[in-house]
Design a protein. Sequence first.
Length: 179
Amino acid sequence: MKKNFYKTFLIEHLPSNMVANYPMSQENPKISVLVGSPNDLELLKGLKKILEEFDIAAEYKALSAHRVPDLTIDYVHKADRNGTQVFIAGAGMAAHLAGTVAAHTTKPVIGVPIKGPNLDGMDALLSTVQMPKGIPVATVAINSFENAAYLAIEILALNDVGLQKKLESYRKKLREPYL
Ligand code: AIR
């Protein structure tokens, strides 16, 4: 109770970059994963499994940059303040979700273009990857939420030796079929 009061006090009174550096309890998500539609949520199975294997707390939300822009922006601000270190944003078609997230946080944003019904995902790929200079979105392959998860883990591992070790043993396993 005391701890929560202290945390709420910090969130309300300190600049967000300072709050983000305050060591949050385990239940605070390190990674926020957004998709543009509830229909996209099923694509997150592989990503969820990877984050669980690496024991990383994450939060999952369906939010559309076009249909609920206000809720999307509110969520990004809150997640940023609550300690999210990396955002992953996946959307299909005219995919502006990752760019919108990036506009409202200085944390790294990983974009995942989702394959839609018409252009084989090229529409979302180009909408996500072609950010004008100044505000980047690190874009992974079409539907590749798994690579988004690994990239997010690599970013977190910059400040986490335990996570770095886990990544190294995962990479060793990848080598096995070639030896
Ligand atoms: N979308 C929804 N709002 C903005 C975008 N870009 C995307 C979703 C989904 C596709 O549009 O990410 O991949 C179709 O959404 P729905 O809800 O019609 O299935």
